[in-house]
Ligand binder design. Structure first.
Ligand code: KG4
Ligand code: ZN
Length: 352
């Protein structure tokens, strides 16, 4: 089955064509064409994503990317050999989502193909199925960590999701971005904070002595599976105010202390979810899953649960992309449910 998918929920314009086979039990995906245009450089000067700027860029880029992807996949632009179209309906920035949806609806009419609406967060979950190991043991706990979301989800099997906990305020990626801004680092801040923290850990070779800064781990001891990251960010803000001008070493140390707090909070909440729910896999996906320190600490967490397998997406699929949207499209197509295309609309706050 061939699916063309479109993703425009935030600041990445992406289209992919996937050849999928094997059914739900042993899905196999081959990318025939894939193009992603990041708008990061445009939003950088504003320190975050500007919805209307994102919309304008998506509108400009979609036709260009489509032409490129069809060419790469060897498909005829007037009558492409495809079975389905898929598009992200939410969650995300509504003006940005609408550009992808209307573009997909026009293609659906022009090519006479069914169009499936896809939940972006389901895309992040299934992104771990891409690659050589496409089977996964269910049930799973999914920790979704991105710029807009921080969620723990119980996945009984593909297509069956239940939210166990979520952030009450900022998402963890947002906290990385805000702390990076306080440190004068460019957007997106996650990779920058991670780079400084790594320099600090390497310099001290694991022996940090008595740390100068320890930031709070909000809600780490609460009995539920919710998160909160705004207090952590505020605590970094107050500390930086008291420090005045920062030398490079202090910046690195603040970045490390922040990353320690954020990662420990994520890992301990995932541990709590694993202790209270039977799971055979731990899925961790979304932009922040690229964080190397988080990956290392998740490895240690998994070692405490015999029989549990840790599943992470390939690095190129950690950030937003259209491959994961096409993968969900395949799963939905197999379910055989009808998709009324003209009812598809942008759902900024869509949840499982
Ligand atoms: O999933 P994603 O690409 O977009 C959203 O749906 O939000 O996630 C983007 C987020 C940004 O906040 C970015 O700073 C963060 O992922 N991020 C990281 C790293 N790489 C990206 N955070 C921490 N460490 C990283 N290495
Ligand atoms: Zn995302």
């Amino acid at each position: 089955m061939r699916i063309l998918a479109i993703e425009t929920s935030c600041d990445e314009t992406a289209i992919a064509v996937l050849e999928a086979s094997g059914g739900l039990g042993n899905p196999h995906f081959r990318t025939l064409g894939n193009t992603l245009l990041s708008q990061i450089h445009l939003h950088q000067e504003f320190g975050g994503v500007v919805p209307n700027l994102a919309k304008r860029e998506h509108e400009k880029n979609l036709p260009i990317i489509l032409e490129k992807v069809l060419k790469e996949a060897g498909l005829d632009a007037n009558n492409p050999a495809l079975d389905y179209l898929a598009v992200t309906e939410g969650p995300g920035l509504e003006p940005a989502l609408w550009t992808g949806i209307t573009f997909a609806q026009d293609l659906s009419k022009k090519w006479n193909l069914p169009l499936m609406p896809v939940n972006h967060m389901e895309g992040h979950i299934v992104s771990v199925l891409y690659g050589s190991d496409t089977t996964i043991s269910w049930p799973a706990i999914a920790l979704l960590v991105s710029g807009g979301h921080t969620e723990l989800v119980y996945v009984r099997e593909l297509g069956s999701y239940e939210i166990l906990g979520r952030t009450k305020d900022d998402a963890v990626g947002e906290a990385f971005d805000k702390v990076a801004r306080l440190l004068g680092l460019p957007y997106p801040g996650g990779p920058e904070i991670s780079r400084l923290a790594e320099i600090h850990r390497e310099k001290h070779n694991g022996d940090l002595g008595i740390p100068r800064f320890i930031f709070p781990r909000p809600m780490i001891h609460s009995s539920d599976l919710n998160f909160s990251f705004s207090g952590l960010k505020t605590s970094v803000l107050y500390k930086l105010r008291s420090l005045g001008d920062l030398d490079e070493e202090t910046k690195e140390e603040v970045a490390r202390a922040f990353e320690d707090a954020a990662v420990e909070t994520l890992v301990e909440k995932a541990r709590k979810a694993l202790l209270s729910h039977e799971a055979r896999s731990l899925i961790v996906a979304g932009g922040v899953s690229a964080n190397r320190y988080l990956r290392k600490e998740l490895g240690r967490l998994t070692a405490d649960f015999p029989g549990l397998t840790l599943r992470l997406p390939e690095p190129s699929l950690t950030t937003d992309n259209a491959v994961m949207i096409a993968m969900v499209g395949y799963i939905k197509a197999l379910s055989g449910l009808p998709f009324p295309d003209d009812e598809i609309r942008a759902r900024g706050n869509l949840s499982f």
